[in-house]
Ligand binder design. Structure first.
Ligand SMILES: NC(=O)c1ccc[n+]([C@@H]2O[C@H](COP(=O)([O-])OP(=O)(O)OC[C@H]3O[C@@H](n4cnc5c(N)ncnc54)[C@H](OP(=O)(O)O)[C@@H]3O)[C@@H](O)[C@H]2O)c1
Length: 237
């Protein structure tokens, strides 16, 4: 149980982060969720109730991240699911797009771990987010694959450097979350059907599948430096 534990979830206003926050609240935790959009945060707060606090935060802004953790004070666990990702042909994409991807998903998590570690309980944990294309090179995902691989190595190194704080990495496969809300519903369903039918588990993932794994990493005090693949076997296909 997580009674009276304070869990910071950056990216907790949507998808996997929001689902993790919901489960943590059921287990008795106080959750502090942060992301850029006030609107998304207040919708999430309505769902989560009085055990949730919300903060507007952009992880790409180093000073903002530092100030955020000063305001939060001491807490037990940090989860950083915040990311905005993109893909496209390596030769045809602008270099700027790849830089933005690193800025958001790599440097965002770097800032969060760096400033979040100071006030984190020594018995606590950090959970970072990689992703399947870091392990299964995929056409159109050169930069995202590189970011994901970098995050896994970064997190494992922190497991040594920040010990006894535990640091783990979750690597989701294709998960049905609002991350693909820019696609039409039809295109999204076709994509999920196509990907899901090729996986050993015969379906794409749900935010809940990954949230369960985050809660496991938070609660198991013997697990650190682990990359937990929650991808329905995608890496093996
Ligand atoms: N869904 C998948 O298929 C999949 C696959 C592999 C890996 N992953 C990884 O899993 C993690 C969670 O993804 P998801 O599918 O749950 O995504 P999501 O539903 O789009 O949620 C992402 C969250 O991050 C926040 N965010 C984005 N950029 C931010 C920034 N710079 N500062 C603060 N907050 C920021 C968003 O809120 P605001 O817009 O309000 O900032 C939102 O709350 C990500 O690391 C993603 O790369 C997902």
């Amino acid at each position: 149980m997580l009674h009276n534990q304070r869990i910071v979830i950056i990216g907790g206003s949507s998808g996997i982060g929001l689902e993790t926050a919901k489960k943590a609240v059921v287990l008795g935790a106080q959750v502090i969720i942060a992301s850029r959009s006030e609107e998304k945060l207040y919708k999430a707060k309505e769902l989560l109730g009085s055990q949730a606090q919300v903060y507007v935060l952009d992880t790409t802004e180093e000073d903002e991240v530092q100030t955020f953790f000063k305001k939060v004070g001491s807490y037990e666990h940090l989860v950083v699911s915040a990311a905005e990702t993109s893909g496209g042909s390596f030769l045809q994409s602008e270099t700027k797009q790849a830089r933005n991807l690193f800025e958001n998903k790599f440097w965002g998590q770097y800032h969060a771990a760096k400033y979040g570690a100071h006030t984190l309980s020594p018995n606590g944990s950090i959970t970072l987010f990689s992703g399947v294309v870091g392990y299964k090179p995929t056409v159109g995902s050169a930069a995202l694959g590189a970011v994901n691989a970098a995050i896994s190595n970064f997190g494992q190194t922190l497991a040594l450097e920040l010990a006894p704080i535990r640091v783990n990495i979750v690597s989701p496969g294709i998960i049905d979350t609002p991350a693909r809300s820019k696609m039409t519903e039809e295109a999204r369903n076709q994509f999920y059907e196509k990907v899901g039918s090729k996986l050993p588990v015969q379906r794409v993932g749900l935010a809940e599948d990954v949230a369960q794994s985050v809660l496991y990493l938070i609660q198991n005090s013997f697990v650190t430096g682990t990359v937990l693949h929650v991808d329905g076997g995608h890496r093996l296909t």
